[in-house]
Design a protein around this ligand. Structure first.
Ligand code: SF4
Length: 380
């Protein structure tokens, strides 16, 4: 089983903290949609397995017209074997969510809306001061209305992004953000600590001391509030940043974390087939021009065994199931298992990890530090 990711690299407005590939000049959107249709055909042999998930991300895929969205989905169905129960997610910007668009998306077969996930265009906060500070295009009331509209239109598989640890977010407001999401019966939450990426407007403002820098202690405190409230409300903490009510995990993202294969379409999109990773050029006009000439503009990296082992450690350790030592043995042999058990011992001693039924799992105490622990376990 595999997945397809489609990157739509346009946004109405640039958010302060964002370092994704996008343009605020939307003129090229029609040509981009056509190019993605052509690339889909050019890539039809990349995955030789049924498609279980399709994910429209960005940027802002909710800017696609009905025709553009339908033509991309049609070409995928014509060129790939798509599972009957396919999960089709669309990242939607709150201010694109209205009755007419919801109808278009339903008819197109979209069965999951991510009002932002991993790549971004989410709710982020229900408080006006946070949204203004982030440079977001919607306001707090719109955020709530769009969720209610989507639910009324029959989208019960919804996800939102929330960002914590930002300079304007108090502990109390963070708690209220989570409680609001729970009250709104949103079955999937992706929650990220604000990170300051180089070359973003946020990094510049911090450098100029126009806003305070992020505080790791405050972020750890927000993470603790998050895990406690979501657990009480019945969410599974199935990946470090992701929380789902039963049966509402993101199948698409869960497949990434399990090392399943995926094809990325569009500029800056990444693909993975088990042995190599490749990524399309992160430039809209160069991408369109190359595709018009039937060329896919990409770079490729062939993975060494060591890279495969470390990628597995990094992604698996962030999940509820942890590192499956049998799977690690398949990737890296007995030596990889012996080494990780030796290295993991000190984390087991300090109770940030545990060994349960052949799985190395991060404990609640270690969750906020999972990436750092993974880096210590990497095989050199
Ligand atoms: S966070 Fe999302 S909506 Fe904002 S600029 Fe980045 S890609 Fe666009």
């Amino acid at each position: 089983m595999a997945g397809i990711y489609i990157h739509i690299p346009f946004c109405k407005k640039a958010c302060n903290y964002c370092n994704f590939h996008f343009s605020v000049n939307k003129q090229a959107l029609p040509k981009m949609a056509e190019a993605i249709v052509v690339e889909t055909v050019l890539q039809k042999h990349y995955l030789n397995e049924p498609i279980e998930t399709i994910y429209f991300g960005g940027g802002t895929p909710s800017l696609l017209s009905a025709d553009q969205l339908n033509s991309i989905l049609a070409v995928i169905h014509q060129n790939f074997e798509v599972e009957k129960q396919v999960e089709i997610t669309l990242e939607a910007n709150p201010d694109d969510i209205n009755a007419s668009n919801l109808q278009v998306w339903k008819l197109a077969g979209i069965n999951r809306l991510s009002i932002g996930i991993q790549s971004s265009i989410g709710i982020q906060s229900f408080f006006e001061e946070d949204l203004q500070w982030m440079g977001r295009a919607h306001n707090a009331d719109q955020a709530i209305q769009c969720i209610e509209l989507a639910q009324a239109a029959g989208f019960d598989n919804l996800s939102i992004d929330l960002i914590y640890g930002g300079p304007t977010l108090s502990d109390g407001n963070w708690k209220q953000n989570i409680e609001r999401a729970i009250q709104l019966k949103i079955p999937h939450l992706s929650c990220y600590a604000l990170t300051v990426e180089p070359k973003t407007a946020l990094a510049k403002k911090i450098k100029e001391q126009a806003v305070p820098n992020v505080d790791p202690e405050k972020q750890a405190e927000h993470f603790a509030i998050l895990t406690e409230l979501t657990q009480l409300a019945g969410y599974e903490h199935y990946e470090i940043s992701n929380f789902a009510l039963p049966t509402k995990r993101s199948r698409h993202n869960a497949n990434y974390w399990q090392g399943k294969h995926y094809l990325g379409l569009g500029p800056a999109a990444h693909s993975f087939n088990g042995n190599s990773r490749q990524w399309n050029i992160a430039n809209n006009s160069l991408y369109i021009t190359a595709i018009q000439q039937q060329q896919i503009p990409f770079e490729i990296e062939h993975l060494t065994q060591q890279q495969k082992i470390n990628e597995y450690i990094m992604t698996a350790l962030r999940t509820m199931e942890g590192i499956n030592l049998t799977q690690l043995k398949t990737i890296g042999g007995e030596a990889a298992v012996d080494r990780i058990l030796k290295e993991a011992n000190r984390f087991i001693q300090e109770a940030t990890m545990s060994l349960e039924l052949n799985h190395l799992i991060i404990t609640p105490k270690g969750k906020f530090y999972a990436d750092g622990i993974a880096a210590e376990l990497f095989q050199l």
